[in-house]
Design a protein around this ligand. Structure first.
Ligand SMILES: NC(=O)c1ccc[n+]([C@@H]2O[C@H](COP(=O)([O-])OP(=O)(O)OC[C@H]3O[C@@H](n4cnc5c(N)ncnc54)[C@H](O)[C@@H]3O)[C@@H](O)[C@H]2O)c1
Ligand SMILES: O=C(O)C(=O)C[C@@H](O)[C@H](O)[C@H](O)COP(=O)(O)O
Ligand SMILES: [Zn+2]
Length: 366
């Protein structure tokens, strides 16, 4: 096994990043656990079974639960099924959950751990780039409801996060690239060196090279520094939500046909357009967003499918505008956006006018 990198989140837990680090998972299950739920993405069944064997060899009692794929896992029905399973199996407060999969799996697994007996330990084992750099780190857990994305959830920091880069070998390229949107986000909000490194798309997407682990580690470091200072998003943590106001609306309105990372890419261009039109950001930095994202193969425009139908286009905008009103940064009727004044300098834009919201949207509609 090549050297693993370990990033500590505050005084709380480690994020282990490297090839072959999956074997560390059993030793990271907190002492005192007897029963361990492995909630996993369907594609991770073989990995989950092998992990279960390792846990059994250590005297633990694993239970496997294959979740529905992707966003279909993040529902109250799936959470309720797992609560029943934990109840049937007699999981106590010293028992633990392992979430093994992409961000949807770690969000759901984390939420079940947060809510079972008001909180049992969770070891997060992300298997997508997005899960490694973002979803599994920082303790935001949650599910979707018909009214919106991530509207129910809890802050529940993990006991450990294990990012085994070997698992990325089977990840479809489109999902790998979507995960890089959150890496680019970290470049724009906190570590501009990421943007320089990510300008080489071949290196950035090579699972066996040195660049992807470097990008993953840098993005985790940005997130670790932020959540260590402001776990519950009283203020600073909002910067991790850069691009997410429109992104979550796009995901919701498309019925989750859009990948989260792809939507975040468009959402960042939208936030940059807003800031530029509000006189807070140089237009050249808006173009820098488009270039950084397009270089990696990420979308920078939203195709609203209205094909010249003005009424359909207006209805789509209204649906997105309603969904943006449910963003967690909104206060009362006031929309609040994370925007930049320059690369690496995030701030907030509060209560932009409807005209500004719409003009910036028109600038990102493909
Ligand atoms: N809690 C947070 O802080 C946070 C941060 C960012 C994103 N998120 C959430 O994360 C979710 C997006 O995560 P995602 O992009 O990982 O999507 P995902 O979990 O839906 O996974 C994408 C696809 O990849 C498949 N997959 C996962 N790992 C694989 C592997 N190693 N090989 C082959 N296929 C694999 C999955 O089965 C799925 O079909 C969204 O729900 C988003 O809201 C949460
Ligand atoms: O960790 C955070 O804080 C983030 O905002 C990270 C985001 O990338 C992530 O998508 C998060 O789930 C969004 O949270 P929400 O509070 O807007 O639902
Ligand atoms: Zn995100």
């Amino acid at each position: 096994m090549a050297d693993a990198k370990v990033i500590r989140v505050g005084d709380d837990y480690d994020v282990v990043i490297g090839h072959g680090v999956l074997e560390q998972v059993p030793s990271l299950v907190p002492d005192g656990a007897l029963r361990v739920l492995i909630a996993h993405a369907p594609v991770m069944t073989a990995v989950a079974e092998s992990l279960a064997e390792q846990l059994t060899a250590r005297g633990l009692q694993p239970t496997l639960a294959a979740l529905p794929d992707a966003e279909a896992a993040k529902t109250s029905a799936v959470a309720a099924e797992l609560w029943s399973l934990l109840g049937e199996q007699g999981f106590t407060r010293s028992d633990a959950v392992i979430a093994l999969g992409g961000g949807a799996t770690t969000d759901l697994g984390g939420f079940v751990a947060a809510s079972w007996l008001r909180g049992v330990p969770v070891v997060q084992v992300p298997t997508t780039v997005l899960g490694m750099v973002d979803a599994a780190v920082g303790g935001k857990t949650g599910i979707n409801i018909p009214e919106g994305k991530n509207l129910v959830g809890a802050f529940h920091p993990p006991a450990a996060v294990v990012c085994d880069l070997d698992l990325l070998r089977t990840l479809p390229r489109a999902d790998l690239i979507a995960g890089l949107a959150e890496v680019v986000k970290c470049g724009f909000i906190g570590d501009p060196e990421i943007l320089r490194l990510a300008a080489d798309p071949d290196a950035a997407t090579d699972v066996d090279g040195d660049m992807l682990p470097e990008l993953i580690a840098r993005a985790v470091q940005v997130k670790a520094d932020v959540v260590a200072a402001d776990l519950k998003e009283s203020s600073l943590r909002e910067i991790l939500n850069y691009g997410h106001t429109l992104a979550h609306a796009i995901e919701q309105v498309s019925g989750f046909a859009w990948r989260h990372g792809d939507a975040v890419a468009v959402g960042m261009v939208y936030a940059a357009e807003l800031a530029s039109r509000a006189g807070m950001l140089e237009p050249s930095v808006v173009e820098e967003h488009r270039k950084a994202l397009q270089t990696l193969g990420l979308p920078t425009a939203y195709d609203d499918d209205s094909a010249g139908d003005a009424a359909a286009a207006q209805a789509r905008w209204e649906a997105l505008r309603t969904a943006m009103g449910r963003d967690k940064k909104t206060r009362g009727a006031t929309l609040r956006f994370v925007v930049l004044t320059e690369v690496g300098e995030p701030t907030r834009l509060e209560g932009p006018s409807e005209e500004l919201l719409r003009a910036s949207y028109d600038a990102v509609v493909g």
